[in-house]
Design a protein. Structure first.
Length: 200
């Protein structure tokens, strides 16, 4: 049954109940003013019947009003009763994003490098990794710092990507590359390539 039909039916019930109540009151008044006992008894029965019908219509009106409210229509106080329990909305769990695993490059490394013009040489590195930073020193048989261990600026590592820095004659150059277990390889900022293998 639609909400509109229920609303019209409730209004009709209320009007009829009011009329029945008035009829019952009028019958009582009439009884008090009527002479013969038989007529009084008849009118009393009719009044009682009218009162019962009015009570029945009132209960039916309340029942239909409750049905109307449960269908989502405004209640007497202006509020709206929900027609059903609210639908639970599931929240998707956050997707776990894998972070690149950082390699531990601490230790001694043997390094070979080649310049773009064909020259090259060897070096030794000592690396000490602390998180994403790498303290390093290097040893070479050639260059301005040949034959001694030199402390260099801190390098850095992110996942398997590594960058090391060297200072030669007041100029800082970089060795950038990729770590794969006990091996590394990459390119030099001044031109050339390098490879390294971990010794210990």
């Amino acid at each position: 049954m639609s909400v509109e039909v229920l609303t019209r039916r409730i209004a009709g019930f209320r009007r009829f109940a009011a009329a029945a109540s008035l009829l019952a009151i009028a019958a009582v008044v009439l009884i008090s003013c009527t002479g013969p006992d038989r007529e009084k008894e008849q009118l009393r029965k009719e009044a009682e019947l009218a009162r019962k019908e009015a009570d029945l219509l009132k209960r039916e009106s309340e029942l239909n009003k409750n049905k109307l409210n449960s269908a989502g229509a405004p209640a007497a106080d202006g509020s709206t009763e929900p027609t059903s329990d609210p639908i639970a909305v599931s929240t998707p769990e956050p997707i776990a994003v894998a972070t690149p695993e950082t390699n531990d490059v601490s230790g001694s490394w043997s390094v070979n490098y080649k310049f773009n013009d064909g020259g090259g040489g060897t070096m030794k590195w000592k690396l000490n990794q602390q998180g994403a930073k790498i303290a390093m020193s290097s040893y070479s048989e050639v260059g301005g710092n040949s034959g001694i261990w030199v402390t260099n600026p801190p390098g850095k590592i992110n996942g398997n990507q590594i960058t090391l820095f060297f200072t030669e004659k007041g100029e800082t150059v970089s060795y950038s590359g990729t770590v794969s277990g006990d091996k590394m390889n990459g390119r030099m900022s001044f031109g050339g390539t390098w490879t390294a293998r971990k010794q210990s």
